[in-house]
Design a protein around this ligand. Structure first.
Ligand code: ADP
Ligand code: MG
Length: 328
């Protein structure tokens, strides 16, 4: 299959949370320092993602909505070596084909902004409009023209909680960005954007959790690679019954807290952790892009490492060392 087909295999737009994920990744790529997400009625009625990033030039706004027009990859091997989160040029066209989309954007070089309205993939209007530098996407009535997919939507509460999960993950992956989340007009989350992961954790989980967090920062060297594990883990006394408080990132990409990775972290707690309990974790694993296995489909958020035992060992050692330093 062609690269396009390979990539298209993973559906880009499944539900409101996947729209949010794609749009906030674009905002991150645009160099935003502030990203604001608003959702109404589970995001089905309306989603708004506003950033203060670089914006889109007036004469490039339509192009951004053309399938693959902006693809940054030519080889499947490129996927893990690229530095931006986006690479397929597929999100905007996909979203615009199943919703009513308004894009309001301005670059620093443009004096006036541009508003582009698209519905069901068709451009409805393009008008000059004043706005600050950055981009605001408004997505209304997701799946309005695909009733079959609309049926797969869960309750507003479930969709909202998935949106909240996605924004939480990115807020922890990018503590240098000020994140705001509003659900049905109510403030659900706001991080300071001061670059301090601990401050983002405190904002999300409260000051008591903040006090229980232990700093982790350890670099492990093997013959051919360097792995740095840094972030925070909770004291053995602070654990949760769910793994949803475990946030793992590889080169700032969120990854599923897969069995083995969770095991390697919890291994460090040894007998300190009760069965079925999990620590609160926000850990970044940083390594050369080439050391991350490219045979894994990029949209699955699962990951394989070239030198798995090195990464696993690095993870356990980093956490164990941090716990030991804390208890002396
Ligand atoms: P990709 O992210 O894979 O390039 P997308 O369909 O998500 O593809 O976006 C298409 C293009 O539109 C991006 O490459 C970028 O040039 C532009 N774009 C999208 N969102 C933003 C944004 N928030 N700020 C600036 N440019 C954006
Ligand atoms: Mg994108």
């Amino acid at each position: 299959p062609t690269l396009a087909a390979q990539i298209a295999a993973g559906e880009v737009v499944e539900r409101p949370a996947s729209v949010v994920k794609e749009l906030i990744e674009n905002s991150v790529d645009a160099g935003a320092t502030e990203i604001r997400v608003e959702a109404r009625e589970g995001g089905k009625r309306e989603l708004r993602i506003q950033d203060n990033g670089c914006g889109i030039a007036s004469d490039e706004v339509e192009t951004a909505f053309l399938r693959h027009a902006t693809s940054k990859v030519t080889e499947i091997e490129d996927l893990f070596s690229i530095r931006t989160l986006g690479f397929r040029g597929e999100a905007l066209p996909s979203i615009a084909s199943v919703a009513q989309v308004t894009c309001l954007t301005r670059t620093a070089a443009d004096e006036v902004g541009t508003e582009l309205r698209i519905a069901g993939g068709e451009i409805q209007a393009k008008t000059p409009r004043g706005c600050s530098v950055g981009t605001t996407f408004t997505i209304r009535n997701l799946f309005y023209n695909t009733p079959a997919r609309l049926k797969f939507m869960r309750s507003d509460a479930t969709e909202m909680s998935q949106i909240s999960t996605i924004v939480t993950q990115y807020a922890l992956a990018y503590p240098n960005i000020r994140w705001t989340l509003l659900l049905d007009g109510k403030l659900a989350l706001q991080t300071p954007g001061n670059g301090r992961l601990l401050d983002a954790l405190i904002e999300l989980y409260g000051i008591d959790v903040g006090r229980e967090m232990i700093s982790v920062d350890r670099t492990s060297e093997a013959e051919d690679e360097t792995v740095r594990v840094h972030g925070f883990v909770s004291q053995p006394s602070t654990f949760r019954a769910a793994r949803s408080y475990m946030h793992l990132f590889v080169n700032q990409r969120w990854i599923k807290p897969q069995g083995n990775l969770v095991y390697m972290i919890e291994e460090a707690y040894h007998t300190l952790l009760m069965k079925g309990r999990h620590p609160i974790v926000a850990l970044n694993i940083e390594l050369e892009p080439e050391a991350v296995d490219v045979n894994v489909h990029p949209t699955k958020s699962e990951v394989k490492f070239r030198n798995q035992s090195h990464v696993y060992g690095a993870l356990t050692k980093a956490v164990r060392e941090a716990l030991a330093a804390q208890s002396t």
